[in-house]
Design a protein around this ligand. Structure first.
Ligand SMILES: C[S@@+](CC[C@H](N)C(=O)[O-])C[C@H]1O[C@@H](n2cnc3c(N)ncnc32)[C@H](O)[C@@H]1O
Length: 249
């Protein structure tokens, strides 16, 4: 429990402080990320990704941005749903990108994807570069959620959608208690088995620090999105938020 206690007491003093910590976490877990993702989510992640990508309203030939793409699972799902896309897949972890490159190469999709090392806090793209943008399981990890939302809004054309998929806070009595029992007590044991306790301890801790899905919706609205809404999936274990970039006045 020492690692968990230290982590929960830890305060990040700057963007770069949190980014360096998170980069370390993902460089440690990159090798086992995909399999752990499937196990820890009881294979629900495939359904969550399918649902999130559907909310983008993809059109043939769209240019899509995947922010914090990790090992490319969401990019792959987007290309499954709309094979004519061109995708810019950005992440700041070289290790996660390397696994992403392998996955996309194996699926024969690399010609449709440009993998880029970059920071979600300061996207290396001009205004209105994309038809839409998406991001999965990243907002908990960035140092400033509002800045990430504003950056995606800046680089997506007016009328385009931004969709995020992230862990959320279940509220239904009974299910909520069961979920937190799993998340706070069983999951860290699984993390220990993977010999990477500190990285897996970040998962529950990052959710603890992350706002409730209704507050994330308010952030979408404050960042300037219109028609902002969200969907809770699997009893509120995750939430998918959707916002439309407004026309400029
Ligand atoms: C939980 S993984 C999610 C990966 C992928 N989106 C998925 O659906 O599996 C979080 C990812 O966010 C990346 N990340 C965290 N903060 C970032 C930032 N500020 N800029 C770019 N990538 C970031 C990490 O490197 C990691 O690959």
């Amino acid at each position: 429990m020492k690692v968990e206690r230290e982590l929960s007491a830890r305060k990040f003093t700057s963007y770069s402080d949190k980014e360096a910590f998170v980069q370390g976490v993902f460089s440690n877990v990159a090798k086992h990320y995909d399999i752990m993702n499937t196990i820890l989510s009881f294979h629900q992640d495939a359904y969550w990704r399918r649902f999130a990508v559907k909310q983008l309203g993809l059109q043939p030939g769209n240019r899509l941005l995947d922010v914090a793409c990790g090992t490319g699972m969401l990019t792959k799902e987007a290309l499954r749903q709309e094979p004519t896309l061109s995708v810019e897949a950005l992440d700041f972890s070289p290790e996660m990108l390397q696994h992403g490159e392998q996955r996309l190469a194996k699926a024969g999709l690399l010609d449709r994807v440009n993998l880029v090392e970059g920071d979600a806090m300061s996207l290396p793209y001009h205004k209105d570069s994309f038809d839409c943008a998406m991001s999965a399981f990243a907002l908990r990890n960035v140092p400033d959620v509002m800045q990430a939302l504003k950056e995606m809004k800046r680089v997506v054309k007016p009328g385009g959608r931004v969709v995020t998929l992230e862990l959320a806070k279940p509220t239904a009595f009974g299910f909520k208690q069961l979920y937190y029992l799993y998340f706070e007590h069983i999951l860290p044991v699984l993390g220990k088995l993977s010999k990477d306790n500190s990285s897996y301890a970040w998962l529950p801790e990052s959710l603890r620090r992350y706002p409730h899905q209704s507050q994330v919706l308010t952030m979408f609205e404050e960042a300037g999105y219109k028609e902002a809404t969200y969907y809770e999936l699997t009893g509120g274990i995750v939430a998918v938020h959707v916002g439309v970039v407004p026309e400029e006045v």
